[in-house]
Design a binder for this molecule. Structure first.
Ligand SMILES: *[C@@H]1O[C@H](CO)[C@@H](O)[C@H](O)[C@H]1NC(C)=O
Ligand SMILES: *[C@@H]1O[C@H](CO)[C@@H](O)[C@H](O)[C@H]1NC(C)=O
Length: 417
């Protein structure tokens, strides 16, 4: 019996062995199949996360510029979620430059800058950190002297080296026509000195709006300057503010009532792009401050957003440059607001108190991002990120997805005459 059963057992073992060979193979194939399916699923998941969340969570890889100016006043702080939204952070401080060397105004400012830069470098590796010099300060005396220009250019490059900073924005508000030649010479010299370094330093210039009589970018040799900078931040704002009796948005995209029909972002950008062609170098501004007028009653014909503020003692009463927190503390609520379709901007009018205010909201900012996309511009610059300090953080609420997904082509999408 045992003699009989053994070969059977052997046979069946052999049978099993023979069957096991394709059995092992199919296990392997199944295993590879599962791995492949998992891999594909992971890839799809990654792609989904990548396209749907990357741009809303973090804009460092945005294909257009999102430049945040941080206005150094020593009070307000940058929030971490604000860093998330930026490709560049620009420390805007009233640097001293009177003798042709750049210096912080005080030790505290230097501390604040180092802190901002360290945070950016530590947590947002790849974000560009720049400084902005100028503002309302007079550059003329420095620019007019060849030796001071040279000294300042050297001093800026040394500053960038020493402070491990990625670049500088020149924000002279504004050069006069008589400064045009010397300002261009300075920009060229600074660029030359930057190019001699191994590191690719960024140079940008902030320039004036067009369309406002007496406020034209007369002091800029734009066509020459564009060749020596990485980009230009166009100050496409201050079309309306409570220095004038007529209410309106700081930066209306379109539409104005005569004689202010050219007081728009679109007019300014039309002017710049037709002149300069390199549309991807041009950024439009997103003003973050609220503008408040008092004693407002009547609307101007054909518009809601353009109204008349009554003068008190020959003057307009209002607040020019106020952060959202300051406005809220003064009792202003930013929601609900009204929408003006013609200018693509938001406003609030309280008939009882006669208070009228204009400001950016989610919709108006998204209109500006769409505008940049449509017109093949290079990006936006936010003035300034630390003014977005109210109970709602506006910049967190914006959908950057479409804006960030494509690079600007240098195609002029305006009618040039
Ligand atoms: C610039 O030079 C003048 C004269 O030498 C001096 O009094 C002044 O303190 C200097 N300013 C700065 C910021 O260095
Ligand atoms: C507005 O711009 C157009 C085109 O540049 C110009 O012809 C017109 O005179 C401007 N209007 C005013 C009021 O300046």
């Amino acid at each position: 019996m045992t003699d009989n059963s053994t070969p059977i057992a052997t046979d069946s073992l052999l049978e099993n062995d023979r069957r096991n060979v394709p059995g092992k193979r199919s296990t392997l194939i199944t295993f590879i199949g599962v791995v492949l399916v998992l891999f594909v699923l992971l890839a799809i998941a990654f792609y989904f996360v990548h396209t749907h969340f990357k741009y809303t969570m973090n804009n460092r890889y945005c294909k257009k510029r999102v430049i945040g100016f941080y206005e150094d006043e020593g009070s307000s702080e940058m929030r971490h979620t604000h860093f998330d939204k930026l490709t560049h952070i620009v420390f805007s401080h009233k640097f001293l430059i009177e003798n042709g060397t750049i210096a912080f105004k005080n030790k505290d400012a230097r501390f604040r800058f180092d802190n901002l830069k360290d945070i950016a470098k530590l947590y947002w590796n790849g974000m560009k950190v720049m400084i902005s010099i100028g503002g309302d300060m007079q550059f003329s005396a420095v620019m007019a002297s060849q030796s001071k220009r040279s000294k300042l250019a050297d001093s800026i490059v040394t500053f960038l080296d020493e402070h491990k900073t990625d670049g500088v924005d020149l924000f002279w508000k504004w050069p006069a026509a008589s400064d045009k030649t010397s300002y261009l010479l300075f920009v060229k010299e600074l660029r030359q000195k930057m190019l001699k370094r191994d590191k690719k330093y960024i140079l940008s210039v902030t320039s004036a709006p067009a369309g406002i009589p007496g406020y034209w970018p007369d002091g800029f040799d734009l066509e020459e300057m564009i060749n020596h900078v990485d980009f230009m931040n166009i100050f496409s704002m201050d079309f309306y503010g409570p220095w004038g009796w007529q209410t309106g948005p700081a930066a209306p995209l379109y539409h104005g009532i005569a004689p202010r029909e050219n007081f728009t972002v679109d007019y300014t950008m039309n002017y710049y792009t037709c002149k300069l062609k390199e549309t991807s170098k041009l950024n439009i501004v997103i003003p973050m401050d609220a503008r408040i007028w008092r004693n407002v009653k009547t609307t101007l014909p054909g518009s809601e957003v353009f109204r008349r503020a009554d003068l008190v003692g020959g003057k307009v009463e209002g607040t020019i440059y106020t952060s959202r927190l300051v406005a809220e503390n003064a009792g202003i609520n930013f929601a609900p607001s009204n929408w003006d379709e013609q200018t693509k901007s938001s406003y609030i009018f309280d008939q009882k108190s006669g208070i009228f205010l204009t400001f950016e909201n989610k919709k108006s900012i998204e209109e500006k991002l769409n505008y940049v996309n449509e017109k093949n511009l290079g990006g936006v610059w936010i003035r300034s990120v630390n003014m977005d300090d109210g109970s709602v953080h506006l910049l967190d609420d914006i959908n950057y997805q479409e804006y960030c997904s494509s690079r600007s082509t240098d195609t002029v999408n305006y009618q040039c005459v």
